[in-house]
Design a protein around this ligand. Structure first.
Ligand SMILES: Nc1ncnc2c1ncn2[C@@H]1O[C@H](COP(=O)(O)OP(=O)(O)OP(=O)(O)O)[C@@H](O)[C@H]1O
Ligand SMILES: O=P(O)(O)OC[C@H]1O[C@H](OP(=O)(O)OP(=O)(O)O)[C@H](O)[C@@H]1O
Ligand SMILES: [Mg+2]
Length: 284
């Protein structure tokens, strides 16, 4: 048994920096040395190792690492037996079946016997089997979107985030195979369960803090009940009576994406001194 808990994070690519920042915000600081396989986390029995993103699910299932940060699409495609401890709220994307704008393919079933280029053969085969279609899979590691222009495929299954790659290649989505995001995965048999729980709890605090803001405002008693409907909080709002009679101060957590709309609704209600405060970390 390794002395310390091992967490694997992507060594390069779009999730590498995201992962390092998440761990730093969770108080796990380490310095990556070019030559060494592991970086020791200061003041905690944890070693960080840097791996290919798509290898992390399998290495976690095999017990080479106890925890890993990777894409849930890669976990799904690998079939690795790991437990997903936490969705990290970043790296959101969709897996989509895409065809040329002028394609004769109108339904997934039309791809029976046709060529489909993808980096996700397992998910693709399973999805098309559900549509009674058995495609010829062209299994590639990247830049899948150009395969139709190269005459190698009739359709592709690839990740879509903004849709700009599809537009650039005059492709459109025929069907979605799933929505994915970056996740914390754990080896179900890790001997470091207690430390793994501490890491998951710390990351959970960071994920919630990034997704929520603290909203404070003053509201007349007559409107208090209505205001509490607008800001029910994470669990419940904090209400304090103001010196000014007939007025209350309310403090509640609000999802970041809803703050502007909620501020306008509170203002229409007659609330004043409406303040948003960012949350840097939390335990709820
Ligand atoms: N637009 C996107 N394209 C690809 N992957 C994305 C995208 N948005 C989020 N992701 C997530 O990032 C993972 C890809 O991680 P990876 O380390 O391969 O990054 P990358 O930047 O695509 O590297 P590479 O160029 O080597 O493929 C995907 O499996 C998915 O979970
Ligand atoms: O919808 P969009 O915002 O355009 O993002 C989707 C594109 O991004 C990814 O490619 P990536 O940049 O990772 O290059 P790769 O194919 O070499 O992995 C993915 O494979 C798509 O091609
Ligand atoms: Mg990529």
């Amino acid at each position: 048994m390794a002395e310390n808990l091992r967490i694997g994070i992507p060594s390069k690519g779009r999730l590498s920096e995201i992962s390092t920042e998440l761990l730093a915000d969770a108080g796990l600081s380490f310095r990556r040395q070019e030559r060494s396989l592991f970086a020791r986390v200061r003041d905690m029995p944890i070693d960080v190792t840097f791996l290919r993103t798509d290898d992390i699910p399998v290495l976690c299932a095999e017990g080479a690492i106890d925890l890993g940060i990777t894409g849930s699409d890669l976990v799904n495609e690998s079939g690795a037996v790991v437990s997903t401890r936490l969705k990290l709220g970043v790296g959101k994307c969709r897996l989509a079946l895409c065809v040329p704008d002028d394609s004769g393919v109108k339904r997934p079933a039309d791809l029976d016997g046709k060529r489909v280029a993808t980096s996700f053969p397992q998910i693709t085969t399973g999805f098309l089997a559900g549509h009674k279609a058995t495609p010829h899979i062209v299994n590639l590691s990247g830049s899948v979107e150009v395969m139709i222009a190269l005459g190698v495929a009739d359709a592709i299954v690839d990740l879509v985030e903004t849709g700009s790659t599809l537009a650039a290649n005059r492709l459109h989505v025929l069907a979605e195979l799933g929505s994915y995001e970056t996740v914390l995965v754990q080896n179900p048999a890790t001997p470091h369960g207690h430390v793994a729980d501490r890491v998951a709890r710390r990351l959970e605090g960071v994920v919630i803090a990034r997704a929520w803001s603290l909203l404070e405002y003053n509201v007349p008693e007559a409107k208090l009940a209505e205001a509490e409907q607008i800001t029910p909080g994470f669990n419940s709002p904090t209400i304090n009576r103001l010196e000014q009679s007939g007025w209350f101060a309310v403090r509640a957590m609000v999802k970041r994406g809803e703050v502007i709309d909620i501020m306008e609704r509170l203002e229409q209600l007659g609330a004043t001194a409406i303040l948003e405060t960012a949350i840097s970390n939390c335990r709820l």
